[in-house]
Design a protein around this ligand. Structure first.
Ligand code: ACO
Length: 432
């Protein structure tokens, strides 16, 4: 992969740093020896210019709005694939054969249930607990229920990895539905012999006295939206999973850390904030002008939620697909949603505004996803849990890259210390 070198001149010393080129022509200066050779580090707050790893999972070109999983464009996967197939692709690197797809589906079904003992953990959570707080605790708890799989070394027994991955994906889905029912005081439903998304809808919406009847349009929309979230390169939660995994932590523990990272309003929590913003615009009878004006003030607390992206400086391709799907899904379900009109008008207004144009701020995946979740009957406080269900394959694939890298090092960034220089301890009596 190394073809040429970059030269750095510092303190009258010249050092050659190898250059790395990725398969899509991405360029990097390999700075691994920089500190050792010069005493300097690169300062890159937020890591926006730092490649923390080599990865073969997802390719993202934010300037041109390109997203590919294992080489396949997201638009093609959205049109032809479904969530479970894409999950397989993301984790294992290839589209499954018919037999592989069947076996993977079976493994997911066999591991859909949550142990009776583990179900009791729900009793300790208040009904109004934030769903993501419950989810992260329970995903972490999987390590306690599957101690034989709580390892970072599956290379001798890959079937054990298959099992751990299926447990994670299937149970995060089941736990998501259980959290919904817990927070509503509804009894848990048992998983059935159903495809992944239908099983989720059953776990969410069946009642002891009335089975949920699958609506193909709903299943299809759920499949699409989960697929659209399945991976997204080195985003905050995926990097967190990799960071935790690099310490040798097991898959479930690393995934719990990913769930926590996802919960923040600048990451997965943005889909909740978008709905709250659209709802306020609706309730105030405003046309969005107030929110756009506030967003332009530059204050972090007033950002236009669902707009902008750390990497995309162009349309987020997922926002295009989901934005289009909103109208189609609502149409198919014979529903209308005033928030969709508000979102579309807000998008148009922002895209004409110099503030957003000059900063290359476009709608991101979260801008429209909530409209679809709402149409499916999923309440706003569950949106980030839905994101976590969708993102689980990407987290697993990235964790595995770290765990199976025999030459991998623990992730350990450096810092520039800006605190007090050395000083001597002052006894309590002498402190002013
Ligand atoms: N509304 C108003 N201004 C914004 C917004 C926004 N949504 N996003 C960025 N800006 C401004 C910044 O304040 C900055 O302005 P300045 O140059 O005058 O200082 C400029 O645009 C450039 O910001 P970036 O450096 O591109 O933003 P950054 O990479 O730090 O943050 C982030 C990216 C966190 C996604 C940001 O755009 C944001 O807060 N968006 C709203 C929250 C959101 O939708 N998050 C979901 C992201 S997608 C995901 O995680 C699944």
């Amino acid at each position: 992969m190394q073809s040429k070198t970059a030269t750095l001149r510092i303190d009258d010393k010249e050092i050659a740093l190898p250059v790395m080129i990725g398969t899509e022509g991405e360029k990097a200066v390999d700075a691994r020896k920089l500190r050792q050779d010069t005493g300097y580090i690169f300062y890159d707050q937020g890591y926006g210019n730092t490649g923390s790893c080599e990865s073969a999972v997802t390719y993202l070109d934010g300037d041109n709005g390109i997203l590919r999983h294992r080489g396949y464009p997201i638009e093609q996967l959205a049109e032809h694939s479904e969530f479970v197939e894409t999950a397989y692709l993301v984790i294992y690197g290839e589209l499954p054969t018919q037999e592989q797809r069947k076996n993977f589906g079976n493994l997911l079904r066999e591991n859909a249930h949550v142990e009776t003992q583990m179900q009791r953990l729900f009793e300790g959570f208040p009904k109004d607990a934030p769903p993501m707080a419950i989810l992260s605790s329970l995903v972490g708890a999987l390590a306690a229920y599957y101690p034989q799989l709580a390892t970072n070394n599956f290379e001798k027994d890959l079937q054990q990895f298959d099992l751990a991955a299926a447990i994670a994906i299937s149970k995060i889905r089941t736990l998501g539905a259980m959290i919904y029912r817990h927070t509503r005081g509804l009894p848990f439903m048992h998983p059935k012999d159903l495809p992944f998304c239908d099983n989720f809808l059953h776990l969410m919406f069946s009642e002891p006295y009335q089975e949920y009847v699958s609506i193909p349009e709903v299943t299809q929309a759920l499949n699409l939206i989960l697929l659209m979230h399945s991976d997204h390169e080195q985003n905050c939660s995926t990097s967190t999973v990799r960071m935790v995994g690099s310490s040798g932590a097991n898959l479930f523990t690393s995934l719990a850390a990913g769930v926590n990272a996802l919960s923040g309003p600048l990451h997965g929590g943005a889909n909740v904030a978008v709905m709250q913003m659209l709802q306020s615009i609706h309730d105030e009878g405003d046309d969005g002008t107030r929110f756009i004006a506030a967003a332009k003030s530059g204050s972090k607390g007033n950002r236009l939620m669902g707009f902008g992206h750390a990497v995309y400086k162009n349309f987020d391709p997922r926002a295009r697909v989901i934005g289009k799907a909103c109208g189609v899904v609502l149409n198919k379900l014979g529903k209308s949603d005033p928030l969709l009109d508000i979102a579309q008008n807000l998008e148009q207004a922002a895209l004409k505004d110099d503030y957003f144009i000059s900063r290359k701020l476009y709608p991101n995946v979260d801008f429209y996803s909530g409209i679809i979740f709402r149409a499916l009957g999923i309440p706003t406080n569950m949106f980030t849990v839905m994101f976590a269900i969708g993102r689980s394959p990407g987290w697993i694939a990235n964790w595995r890259e770290v765990a199976s890298n025999a030459k991998g090092r623990i992730y350990r960034p450096r810092q520039i210390f800006v605190g007090s220089p050395k000083r001597d301890y002052v006894p309590m009596a002498k402190r002013s």
